[in-house]
Design a protein around this ligand. Structure first.
Ligand SMILES: Cc1cc2nc3c(=O)[nH]c(=O)nc-3n(C[C@H](O)[C@H](O)[C@H](O)COP(=O)(O)OP(=O)(O)OC[C@H]3O[C@@H](n4cnc5c(N)ncnc54)[C@H](O)[C@@H]3O)c2cc1C
Length: 368
């Protein structure tokens, strides 16, 4: 069977993972990225659902390369600033069932690992202006390319998505959420072996482990004012104070209710371009990686590449809609008055909290 040619717009986690999965199938792949070089910034958690998708559609070598830049998260503790520890979740069952638990990684190191696995060089400095449903891609400098398939993996403000929309329809970003993140040598400051979440009057903050005895932390708050750590527990204040300025990153997130049909003709979308969700369940990048795994599988299975795109969109819709709702639900939980939220978390059995916390991280049946 001859393999389709594919242009991927965007070299975020989703676009890069897809590139590696498709080059392994023998597809001719071009990756276009508007940035002049690989982006830095923010750290993320990656969960078994995404890692199993990488392993199935990208193979052992891609999976191992990703794990090399990840630090396992074996447990998660939740604290309230007024009531102390509310819950401890043992994540050991994920390793037992799926061979892997949640992981912390810096975005830069994860992108480097995926670039090395992509099988083709990324064309940096190549900004897409518009695409056509016949597989035409026009860059802002006028260059025109064509492929059997075009995948818009170009993030929340997707140009590819805009090309598919009727005139006048915009970005439609909702629920803006701002936070700060830092990557820091955790030294003698924090050593939990898992993740910690603190709920307090200023919102939520979290600390996760990273490789090389580092940690990343996030605190809710406006990105106009750099964080001081004031108003958060001592450990957070110390981590914030120890963070070098170049390792401090503002984070902005939005969501948008997913639509059932997000592609047309030879074009589809992937990751945030199709369905941005809030970071409250740590699953946006995981959904992009799962998208890549499912899209690569449909392209491998279906002799008609355009049909493969439609099957991918049909299969992904219920999953991403479910995660979109869970992420909004978690936002509502975080926003409850402190006394109510703390009482609920304190009385719920650990089993129920574990399910709430890990439900979104369980692999799809086809990858488990
Ligand atoms: C504060 C914060 C914390 C988060 N934490 C987590 C977490 O713990 N776990 C998790 O799974 N997710 C997390 N996320 C979500 C995650 O970052 C995103 O869902 C993920 O990065 C989406 O990946 P993507 O590949 O779809 O798009 P992106 O990473 O946005 O990549 C899109 C790429 O396309 C390029 N591009 C854009 N337009 C064009 C164009 N016209 N031409 C060419 N290239 C273009 C961009 O430069 C970019 O490189 C978090 C997000 C935020 C904001």
């Amino acid at each position: 069977m001859s393999r389709p040619s594919v242009i991927i717009v965007g070299s975020g986690v989703g676009g890069l993972a897809l590139a590696g999965m498709l080059t392994r199938q023998g597809c001719e792949v071009v990756v276009l990225e508007r940035a002049a070089e690989r982006r830095d910034g923010l750290a993320i958690t990656i969960w078994p659902n995404a890692l199993r998708a990488i392993r199935r559609s990208g193979g052992e070598d891609m999976y191992e390369a990703v794990l090399k830049v990840c630090e396992p998260i074996h447990s998660a503790r939740m604290f309230s600033q007024s009531r102390g520890r509310l819950a401890t979740i043992d994540l050991g069952f994920l390793t037992h069932r799926y061979g892997v638990t949640g992981q912390g990684a810096t975005r830069a190191e994860l992108l480097d690992a995926l670039i090395a696995q992509a099988g083709v060089p990324v064309r940096f400095g190549a900004e897409v202006d518009r695409v056509g449903t016949d597989g035409t891609v026009v860059l802002t400098d006028g260059e025109t390319l064509r492929a059997d398939l075009v995948v818009g993996a170009d993030g929340v403000g997707s140009t590819v998505r805009r090309s598919l929309l009727p005139p006048g329809q915009g970005d439609g970003r909702e629920n803006p959420l701002e936070s700060w993140q830092g990557v820091v040598d955790r030294g003698g400051i924090w050593d939990a072996g898992g993740a910690d979440f603190h709920f307090g009057p200023l919102g939520t903050c979290g600390i996760m482990p990273l490789t090389g005895n580092r940690a990343y932390w996030f605190v809710d708050g406006s990105i106009r004012t750099p964080p001081t750590g004031r108003g958060w527990p001592d450990v957070v204040r110390e981590l914030v104070a120890a963070t070098p300025p170049e390792q401090l990153f503002p984070g902005q997130a939005w969501d948008r209710r997913p639509v059932r049909h997000w592609g047309r003709g030879r074009v589809t979308l992937l990751g945030d371009a199709a369905h941005p969700i809030l970071p409250t369940i740590g699953q946006g990048a995981c959904m992009a990686l799962e998208d890549a795994g499912v899209l690569a599988a449909r392209i491998a299975q279906d002799p008609d590449p355009v049909n493969a795109l439609r099957r991918y969109e049909d299969d992904r819709y219920p999953r991403v809609e479910g995660h979109f709702k869970k992420a909004r639900g978690m936002l509502r939980m975080r926003g409850l008055p402190g006394a109510v939220r703390d009482r609920v978390l304190a009385v719920l059995p650990d089993r129920t909290i574990t399910r709430m916390f890990t439900d979104s991280a369980l692999p799809l049946p086809e990858f488990s």
